[in-house]
Design a protein around this ligand. Structure first.
Ligand code: TRP
Length: 354
């Protein structure tokens, strides 16, 4: 086998595949295993909630087996040290439990606790070329925005590690945003090449593109864990009010929903509409000439009442961190057992390594 370049899918191609995939999942959820995850670099926020978190719980409740990775080793791709790892890991656990991720059905685990997962990185690295690693558009973008003085080897190779994240448990569905598609395509390539070279071991996982609209942060740029512009799921009602009060709007008092020309105002309208499960144009029309102050009041009330039950559960779990950490310990044990079995199969298929 030779290593050849694979074209990445167009956004619409992946989108079309997702619609069909949704249908197949709802018909026979037991045939699917979802692997998804986040880096523990900061508190999860409303962008994550509407983009992916709700969807994880939905898939779990449909009867799909869900693995949620807290990608701690991946924290080091674009920074020298992993700061406040315990705090962010606890935070991710709290968010998932509060949202309804059920430890009896779903597995939450960290990279660092699953040695056999990490060991898959070595054979997988042998299946990709350096040129391919350098062409990854998401990696290129991250390098362009990196604050580090030098680009680490992990920055180029973490997409291969991500393939190990997905393939160690033979995940066949990966809910992702647009930016993760190149990584998923690489995962499919690695699975295919492994199977061609050594025999069938891995599924070729499919992307489940989230349909969630992009929420902007309070400064009018993409809402992000590592910028101080997000509304964390775990924020209090008062903190939420303060964050929304500080959000960027514009000089036009008449509120409309027009994401192209009025990104700041429209993102606030959208946030209210998502919480109220209403059409953003209607929400905007109702506020009308009330101006930014009325808009912000509407958004604050909508977010706070929508999240009240989630936040109440989150606070209950936060008062019992011993339990919360025991959930992770059990998830780690389960993930490690799955990874051991897969590594064994990989060794057997490769034949040479005992
Ligand atoms: N790269 C993902 C992010 O930054 C996190 C992640 C790590 C992930 N491993 C994964 C996502 C495997 C999906 C599947 O958000």
């Amino acid at each position: 086998m030779t290593i050849t370049a694979t074209p990445s899918p167009t956004a619409t191609g992946a989108g079309l595949r997702s619609a069909g995939l949704e249908h197949r999942i709802s018909r026979d959820p037991a045939r699917f295993r979802v692997l998804t995850g986040d880096r523990p670099t900061g508190p999860l926020h409303l962008g994550h909630y509407f983009g992916t978190l709700r969807n994880r719980v939905r898939l779990q409740d449909l009867g799909v087996e869900v693995f949620v990775l807290i990608a701690d080793y991946q924290v080091l791709t674009d920074r020298d040290t992993a700061e406040r790892l315990q705090e962010h890991t606890d935070g991710l656990l709290l968010d998932h439990l509060a949202l309804g991720v059920d430890p009896a059905r779903s597995t939450v685990f960290t990279h660092s606790a699953v040695p056999a997962l990490n060991q898959l990185l070595l054979p997988f690295l042998s299946l990709v070329s350096v040129a391919e690693l350098g062409r990854n558009p998401t990696v290129k973008d991250e390098i362009a925005h990196s604050r580090q003085s030098a680009v680490s080897g992990l920055m180029y190779t973490y997409p291969v590690h991500q393939a190990a994240d997905i393939l160690f448990c033979k995940g066949n569905v990966v809910p992702v945003g647009q930016d993760q598609l190149p990584h998923l395509e690489l995962t499919r390539t690695i699975a295919r090449r492994f199977n061609e070279r050594y025999g069938d071991v891995f599924p070729e996982p499919e992307a489940l593109l989230s349909a969630a609209p992009l929420l902007l942060g309070t400064d009018g740029t993409k809402m992000s864990k590592s910028r101080a512009n997000s509304i964390p799921l775990g924020a209090t009602a008062d903190e939420t009010a303060r964050l929304i009060r500080g959000a960027t709007t514009d000089a036009d008092r008449h509120i409309t929903y027009d994401p192209e020309t009025r990104p700041g105002v429209s993102s606030l309208v959208l946030l209210a509409a998502l919480c109220l499960e209403r059409d953003p144009h209607e929400v905007a029309a109702e506020i009308g000439g009330g101006g930014a102050a009325a808009l912000k009041r509407t958004v604050t009330d909508a977010v706070n009442s929508h999240l009240a039950p989630v936040r109440a559960r989150r606070a209950e779990y936060a008062a019992d961190l011993t339990y919360v950490r025991s959930v992770l310990r059990a998830g780690n044990e389960r993930a490690a057992a799955v990874a051991d079995r897969t590594l064994e199969e990989v060794r057997e298929a490769m034949g040479t390594f005992r």
